[in-house]
Design a protein around this ligand. Sequence first.
Ligand code: ZN
Length: 401
Amino acid sequence: MMKKPTLTALLFSFLFFKAFAQTYTPGQSYFGTNGYVEYLAGNLPIIVTAPHGGLLSPASIPDRDCAGCTTVNDFNTQELARAFAAAVHERTGCWPHVIFNKLHRRKLDANRDLLEAADGNPDAELAWNEFHIFVETAKNQVLPTFGKGFYMDFHGHGHDIQRLELGYLLSQTELQLADNVLDGQTYIKQSSIRHLASNNALELSHSELLRGPLSLGSLLSGRGYPATPSLPDPFPDPDEDYFDGGYNTVRHSSYQFGGRLDGVQIECNRQGVRDSMHNVLRFADSLSVTLLEYLGLHYFGDAAESLCPSDPALPAPPVPDFFDIFPNPYCVHFFVKLTDHAPAGDWVCEVYDFYGNLLKTKPLEQDQTLEIAPRNRENVLVVLRRDGAVAALQAVLQLCR
Ligand SMILES: [Zn+2]
């Protein structure tokens, strides 16, 4: 029997198609439904997310009250991400990709799995999906163009020690291990710089990339921003607070097998970094210089100088045009139809809700127009199969004007 795809697989494929359906102009912002998520499109191999800095608190989304859920925002991290993008642009003329969750953490935690992130609210769930769709969109621009890239998830911590906590998905106990142990495959496989560890220009070891003189932590420390891990502060001591990376770093970094986007969670201390806009701007500028240096050292060598493409608008690959879904968004019902370009085969149309539950399955003949009216009038995912294999996916949003 043919295995049904999981929701994750479906969404991933959907993101793939959606990302290819639009051209994004670097330096311009694009918004998800209700403006809850913002994507500042870029053209450099740098992706940044700011999941805990949103300020919107719409009454239509109840406050999250799940047991043990954190609802406190990371002060000034949205501002930091924006300032970082501006600083990179100032220095290079190009843009990093930045994705903002604009909802307050009371409404959505965009660094958790869906269940904890949205606490069951459909609008928050949609925003969560759109947040990750935009990250995947950015990856779909970065990886085909540059072959690799670097991801940073921006946060702010309230720990006593005023230092940047760089989370590579290695716990503080693991970071206390000797360099030669961290250089073994066991720990490389758990690392968010897994790809870089075996593909870096200077052939540095994993531990050197974590806390050697040319590690991100050491470069930042050298510019006056103490960080751990780094040469001066190679690991957090057992009695010290430390964040080692969360959902986004796991999902979007090269920790995932075969991933080519390395990443780190940057937990910023408050004093001197986030406590005033003056300090935010100063840190954003230092981080931009440091990161560009880092990309030159470990990723692109001298080519780092010319990462800006001559044509800043990257063309979008063509969208397969063998199906039409209209209208989208729909109000009560929508229609699905194969076009003349659709290859012959046994076509089946499946409709899923955003949780991955199959709502409907209908065979689809050439020249036939299927009418679909989801019972709950919700956002759905349409999957077209040809001879059993997924051939196309499209999200269909519900909106009555
Ligand atoms: Zn946070």
